[in-house]
Ligand binder design. Structure first.
Ligand code: FES
Length: 574
């Protein structure tokens, strides 16, 4: 790629020969930097989501040092900075509530400082979309280094997948197939190395998605966190970001509409998470690409499933990497993808994967013999979800994708927990479980509770799946006939709020329909009696979130964060 000789923005700080130049440089000198780092070379910000409280990102502290090595080697000057980190398994009530806050932290830190290019160190679910969103609103040359998945979980001679095992244990504790005495042993075996969930959950899906968008070096996303080749990738990313600054290869040059379509198709082919829809929509909103919920169905739903990975399949991310990883999937999708989309290494995605080779067809199927036809996420609409809801057919056994059943309604997640295992609950396997109050505004933060555990009495009968509907999300590691992201949500007065026990609900995935069989007159009557719940917070960040978060179909970004403000600082430090 051609060099762009535009003056670097960091020289506005370090190139000054006056008092303020002294101020900008002098305090940094306390870290022992020599004169020549201020000679106009690219200054690279390494945005680190490391935290002991985010187990999936705990290894990134050391990774920053490796990226720095690469930056120095290429003639740049690296400066690492922290942003708030989001640990999926620990934070309450839901990490989704802080995704936008981290995006603001990332955006403002980048813009306010003398940085020319950015490396994002990411891992756990929200740490990828949040930092990418923030970086998009500044639009500097940026490269993502995904922290990588854990090694396969191994328990008593079997591979166990993060998240998937959690759901299995949850059900096993209820139906008696799992002994509670085994909990400690199982949990240690499920997370036996550094890295994020090693199923194709949200973290792996988002890492694969940013690779398909063109924001990582080719093949970066699937490399296990503890594999030495991950360190090589981090080093090379440090090298490359310096070149990207010289080429002025900004995010907006990579993140085109075509790149987003590629990412949607890739997420379908890997059986990726429904959460990707929300995050991709939000990222697109920041970079000014028009993307809406219907695009995921139009662009992705007909794509075949190629990756045989849990939760949709059998294997785990370590196997995926050894089989060739995402480049193989992208090569198989050649007939669908926009081959010319440019990536961070300056080459097109088609060029990057041209020589990809599959080493295990059990793990990555060919396009001619896919694991499943039409595996992408489907968007359903109807009077129960005027703005849409989503379902991931590849995470089901297909038996309930056309189903009509009697609604059993839970007014909140607390109501669900209080009654679900009551033997007197009037429910059978044909019913449709409905959960309200878990949307972006209602919870707040749209937690991953949409894949409600089935009632104990039905699990003991051997029932494995039921239709479940909510305005919440589900973990990318979960499975079942689960309709999610119902929009508008119940708390803001969506029709979901009006569903009552005994109403008939019809799901028809083939026809893209989700219908509540209640007359318009009756719905109008119920609406006239409905009152909005009181906001769950009246101060602080939660209050800001409730007032400004958009609905799931729009990506759950804040209304005031859409778009970007570029890299210009509004006023000088005086
Ligand atoms: Fe962090 Fe799954 S809990 S990626």
């Amino acid at each position: 790629m051609e060099k762009d000789n535009k003056k670097l923005r960091s020289t506005e700080w370090f190139g000054q020969k006056d008092k303020m130049g002294f101020v900008h440089r002098s305090w940094l000198r306390n870290q022992g930097h020599p004169d020549h780092v201020f000679d106009g070379r690219p200054v690279i910000g390494i945005c680190n989501t490391w935290s002991d409280l985010t187990p999936c990102n705990a290894h990134l502290r050391g990774f920053a040092e490796i990226v720095k090595r690469g930056v120095y080697e290429a003639g740049g000057f690296p400066l690492e900075f922290p942003v708030m980190s989001l640990g999926e398994t620990i934070m309450k009530p839901s990490t989704m509530m802080w995704r936008n806050l981290v995006s603001m932290d990332t955006e403002e830190t980048i813009r306010a400082n003398p940085l020319d290019g950015i490396v994002l160190l990411t891992g756990c679910d929200k740490t990828t979309p949040s930092t990418v969103m923030g970086a998009c609103s500044v639009d500097l040359p940026t490269i993502v280094v995904p922290g990588g998945p854990m090694l396969n979980g191994k328990w008593r001679g079997k591979d166990v997948g993060s998240g998937v095992l959690t759901w299995q244990i949850g059900e096993g504790l209820k139906d008696g197939s799992f002994n509670p005495k085994d909990l400690f042993e199982a949990e240690a075996c499920a997370a036996r190395s550094a890295g994020h969930c090693m199923t194709m959950g949200t973290a792996s899906s988002m890492a694969s998605t940013v690779e398909a968008l063109g924001l990582t070096l080719p093949g970066a996303s699937a490399i296990p966190a503890v594999d030495s080749r991950k360190k090589v990738m981090a080093h090379l990313a440090g090298n490359r970001i310096v070149e990207m600054v010289k080429e002025n290869l900004k995010l907006s040059k990579i993140l085109t509409r075509e790149a987003f379509e590629n990412a949607i198709m890739a997420n379908a082919a890997i059986g990726g998470s429904t959460n990707v829809m929300i995050h991709l929509t939000a990222i697109a909103g920041r970079i000014g690409v028009d993307l809406n919920i219907d695009d995921f169905d139009t662009v992705g739903s007909h794509i075949p499933l190629l990756a045989n990975l849990m939760p949709a399949g059998k294997f785990l991310m370590e196997d995926f990497y050894y089989a060739g990883g995402l480049p193989v999937v992208l090569k198989e999708l050649a007939g669908y993808l926009h081959q010319d989309a440019i990536t961070v290494n300056g080459k097109s995605i088609g060029e990057n994967v041209a020589n990809a080779e599959c080493f295990n067809r059990e793990v990555i199927a060919s396009i001619d013999q896919p694991i499943q036809e039409k595996a992408g996420i489907v968007v359903v609409k109807g009077n129960l979800c005027e703005n849409g809801a989503v379902i991931k057919p590849s995470a089901t056994d297909g038996k309930l994708l056309k189903h009509t059943g009697r609604a059993v309604v839970f007014e909140s997640i607390e109501d669900y927990h209080a009654r679900i295992d009551n033997p007197d609950l009037d429910i059978d396997e044909h019913c449709v479980m409905v959960l309200k109050g878990v949307g972006p505004v209602g919870y707040p933060g749209m937690p991953e509770v949409g894949n409600m555990d089935l009632p104990e009495k039905l699990l003991k009968k051997g029932v494995k799946d039921m239709v479940r509907i909510s305005d919440g999300r589900m973990s990318g590691t979960a499975y079942g006939t689960v309709v999610l992201h119902v929009s508008p949500e119940s708390t803001v007065g969506g029709t979901l709020a009006l569903v009552q026990n005994g109403d008939l609900i019809e799901l028809d995935v083939e026809k893209r329909k989700l219908s509540l069989h209640v007359s318009e007159e009756e719905l109008a009557r119920r609406k006239s009696l409905w009152t909005a719940p009181a906001p769950v917070a009246d101060r602080g960040y939660a209050s800001l979130f409730i007032k400004h978060v958009e609905q799931a179909d729009q990506g759950c970004d804040f209304d005031f964060l859409k778009g970007g403000s570029g890299s210009q600082v509004s006023r000088d430090l005086h």
